[in-house]
Design a protein around this ligand. Sequence first.
Ligand code: PXP
Length: 260
Amino acid sequence: MSKTRPNESDASDLSMHPLLLSVNVDHIATLRQARGTTYPEPAAAAALAEEAGAHGITVHLRSDRRHIQDDDVRRLATSTIGKLNLEMAATEEMLEIATQLRPHQVTLVPERPEEVTTEGGLDLVEGQEHIRAAAERLTAEGIAVSVFLDPDPRQVEALGSFRPSLVPGFEINTDAYTRAVDHMVDIEINKIIAVATQGAAAGFRVFAGHGLTTSNVGRIAAVPELEELNIGHWIVCRASLVGMPQSVQEMLAAMRAGRD
Ligand code: PXP
């Protein structure tokens, strides 16, 4: 089947501003690694997600290789039609891999071996020299750089010392919002709105993700500064019941409903 690269017009029905969906297929690899089989393949899931309307694909190559493997990234680097976003720690090993495989974008994340999933954003206030060095290396290879930050205005202020030509965008960690209950939901969404406004005003592109589901994505989709959401666990879980195309379409519909 011939495929066309998704473009801005695909996203234009999502709102006055396009809001793109990057589907994280890490947990397709989790299923495969659980049994040491060759299936299911993240690249096959990614193709189905893109066919269903996803605008890009995200994978996190962890240093412990618990789910995504180097070969998965290699395959996705040639098969992904939209943007391939590689999440990774700013280590020498990962920088070597990224500069060889040249995804469209790298999102730099902190990584702790014992964590179940990424537990928080980078700390640019405490130290940013190794992030700056990594961003310079990636940018020199033509790879766009994003950094994963908690919705903390001090982190976005620290990001301001990077030029948008070096780090064009950042991803807001939505984890606390997705876990919040009662009055904390408003508190957490307001933090996200504040840093999205702050970051966009400083000239950065603003992305968001972590823990998003069709039930909680609406208020995030309503934040007009946001350009792209990175969503994995929910989409893969739902895909295990109804298939990847329907799962992606349900998420796109929930995003559209929140944006309208
Ligand atoms: N963004 C970042 C930086 C992540 O590490 C993850 C999890 O891999 C996600 C987004 C997606 O989170 P979830 O799988 O909960 O949708």
